[in-house]
Design a protein around this ligand. Structure first.
Ligand SMILES: [Zn+2]
Length: 164
């Protein structure tokens, strides 16, 4: 999950200035084409992706294992972080294979001090089911130019294709 922590007052202000239409669900075609192959691959493996407000307050994105659903908030499009949010939550979806209990993929990305602080904040402020390793992978992928192909490769290795 990506939540707004340090800048929550700012984000609340931002929310209040946004028209409610900007917080409405959007079609998946709102994602840039680079990400659409990832979205369709995720759905082939039984994960639903929704551009809609997540069922957790102040979250920009959420992966919910029980429903195998990734939420990307419409707000993250307004803030220009939709790509990072989708990549982050897609990492958690892949981590949930094969057992629904999140476990590390095994990636080692170099993390900048800024990213390390983001991980610290996430671990300090929330939230039950996460661990440092899981969040380091989810934040680390965001800086990788080949993030979508890394994710698709890991998805194919760890997850089972959905039956239609
Ligand atoms: Zn996370």
């Amino acid at each position: 999950m990506i939540v707004n922590t340090a800048t929550s007052a700012l984000a609340m202000l931002g929310v209040s200035l946004l028209a409610s239409s900007q917080l409405q669900p959007r079609p998946l075609t709102a994602f840039p084409s680079e990400l659409r192959s990832l979205v369709s691959e995720l759905s082939a493996y039984g994960f639903a992706v929704r551009i809609a407000l997540p069922p957790v307050r102040q979250a920009y994105g959420l992966y919910q294992p029980s429903s195998r659903t990734i939420w990307v908030s419409p707000l993250s499009f307004e803030l220009g972080i939709a790509r990072q949010t989708l990549l982050h939550e897609a990492v958690h979806a892949v981590q949930s294979c094969p057992s629904d209990v999140l476990s590390p993929i095994g990636w080692q990305f170099p993390l900048s001090p800024v990213v390390k602080r983001q991980v610290d904040m996430i671990l300090y402020n929330n939230y039950h089911h996460s661990s440092r390793k899981l969040e380091e992978e989810a934040f680390g992928i965001q800086g990788q130019p080949n993030a979508t192909s890394l994710l698709i490769k890991a998805l194919r290795q760890r997850c089972l294709k959905a039956r239609n």
